[in-house]
Design a protein around this ligand. Structure first.
Ligand code: ZN
Length: 195
């Protein structure tokens, strides 16, 4: 994963994190001075800053920066957007796919921007349910379409690794607004993302 996407790591924050991760690793019974672990606190500090960089990003600004006038008013669907996030209860990954649809009402956005909006909300400590609604709200408020549908399918390592859940079971969450509250539109969306 490209941790170097963060161009400048705040030095004070990085150093504080390194200090805390060193302590954490020691408290877990490891020897932070052994060769394999020497640079681990620094790597973890940078990885965690990358994986939570969504706090510094503004989903609405991303969508507004690529909002175009367009008369198209059929359903726009972007499916299978890869998603990697961290559950806020255990700080362990959950990962899967997001499917987004909207029906334009005068404005469209760049398709890649929808994927970036997913990253904005995925790269922070999250619960899948809230993330689903945050993505929907950002699109609804900036593009003001006739409706938005968001479906997220994800597997949660905090459940899988602890044996709370059968391996490979997938949690699905969804949020709908406007015309997607109508069964026919919603069903069309669901049919298009499952085939
Ligand atoms: Zn969890």
């Amino acid at each position: 994963m490209a941790y170097n996407k963060i161009e400048t790591y705040d030095e004070k924050i990085t150093n504080d994190l390194i200090h805390h991760y060193k302590s954490s690793i020691e408290l877990l019974g490891e020897d932070v001075s052994r060769e394999g672990l020497l640079k681990t606190p620094e790597r973890v500090a940078k990885a965690m800053q990358f994986l939570t960089e969504g706090y510094q990003m503004d989903a609405k600004a991303i969508l507004e920066g690529a909002r175009f006038t367009e008369a198209y008013s059929e359903m726009v669907i972007v499916k299978d957007i890869e998603l990697y996030s961290l559950c806020e209860h255990h700080m362990l990954p959950f990962f899967g796919k997001a499917h987004i649809a909207y029906i334009p009402n005068g404005y469209i956005t760049g398709l890649s921007k929808l994927a970036r909006v997913v990253d904005v909300f995925a790269r922070r400590l999250q619960v899948q349910e809230r993330m689903t609604h945050q993505i929907l709200d950002a699109i609804q408020e900036t593009l003001q379409p006739l409706g938005v549908g968001v479906v997220i399918e994800a597997q949660h390592l905090c459940m899988m690794m602890r044996g709370v859940q059968k391996q490979n079971s997938v949690t699905t969450t969804s949020a709908f607004s406007g015309q997607f509250e109508d069964g026919r539109t919603r069903n069309e969306f669901m049919r298009l993302i499952t085939k």
